[in-house]
Design a protein around this ligand. Sequence first.
Ligand code: ACO
Length: 444
Amino acid sequence: MSSQKKSDSIASLDQMAKFTFTKNGIEQTFEFPLLSQTLGPEVIDIRELYTKTGYLTYDPGFTSTASCESSITFVDGEQGLLLHRGYSIQDLANHCDFLEVAYLLLYGEIPNQSQHEKFEENIIVHTMLHEQLINFYQGFRRDAHPMAIMVGVVGALSAFYHDSLDLKDPEQRELASYRLIAKMPSIAAMAYKYSVGQPFMYPRNELKYAENFLHMMFALPSYDYQVNKTVARALNKIFILHADHEQNASTSTVRLAGSSAANPFACIASGIASLWGPAHGGANEAVLNMLKEIGKKERIPEFLNRAKDKTDPFRLMGFGHRIYKNFDPRAVVLKESCHEVLEAVGVKNNPLFELALELERIALQDDYFIEKKLFPNVDFYSGIILQAIGIPLSMFTVLFAVARTVGWVSQWREMIADPVQKIGRPRQRYIGPSQRQFNPVKER
Ligand code: ACO
């Protein structure tokens, strides 16, 4: 492949990528536009590849394929950089309230004081759920995983809020966005309350987003519950760190579902389903399960050896990332927060946390993990913090879903407004049988 200056006047395309294909001894050269990005490598526009050449591309896992244009989030895995609308995740996590970041993701600019207040008002009027929707919970088994409840109840929102389903109407899209962001903590906390047989706690709109969630999770009608400020700060940080992460599996799922003009509630439910997988949002729950399985420091080498053994499917949960081949910047923020929270809630000497910190220490010095650039990811530390602040294991991924809803909604809105957007319809490399003779059952 070579590239040369393109002489035509299309502003965003300043160069062409030239490909030479040789098939049956015949050489053919084709040119494709090179697109620039604000940050990151140039992108070859292959939209006309098939019509020009008759070839398809094969890229399972989309490791080299940009599926859309986006101006929301930028990740540089080599540098360990994560920006939302140009702002570093460290700045946002250390200085912002979650709804400030939500505003930034949705509208592209960091809000001033009055925009922030107005946005908060717009959100909090939607924190309650339709009373009939609350009956929905009774249909789930008591031992249902809260993520199963989340997929069901969020999907069911489309049966209750008919006035925010018209994708072509920007006001309805706005309303659906507010509803999703506002109701997600209420739906999540109710999923937990249902699983433990406690009464649902209604939202308290004078509380901040993270505080309100803690209230709905842990308050009881029978006593006065005070939100712990350190815990609320840590949760606010965790929410910000999980708010968006470019075109990951669940976000791509939301975009793909939305590309067929499915309603926003159904799209977000599909994102929740994708997030549930242990290779994605389920990883922080898997981290804790793994730590329990390891049990004591003496067994760490045994599990590290298993993680390195190609014949053993075991992987060290909370280590490695598809994009970050350097420290995950979210993990850096949470690592600091982790020590602070453990101290504040008085569990620093808990054996499970000591085990986690020892595992982190040993893995970071291990040649296998160093060579493969497998650093602790955000889930490693979020799992430890969530456990320390009393969030039950089965709620870990649910909290991730609460936070990521803002990202999903922002990405969905961006996609709907994109004039280039088409229904997502990947091609495939077919490796099944070619056409064959059919024989009726008696002749087989
Ligand atoms: N433990 C042991 N080995 C690992 C691990 C791990 N956690 N992660 C990757 N490797 C090894 C692989 O075996 C592979 O080795 P090889 O090159 O010798 O075949 C190499 O590192 C590259 O791994 P891939 O699976 O090709 O990397 P990929 O980018 O596809 O996977 C993933 C990334 C899924 C996150 C992987 O690192 C993993 O399974 N980690 C554990 C689960 C986890 O923590 N997920 C959370 C991700 S963060 C998030 O969703 C917010």
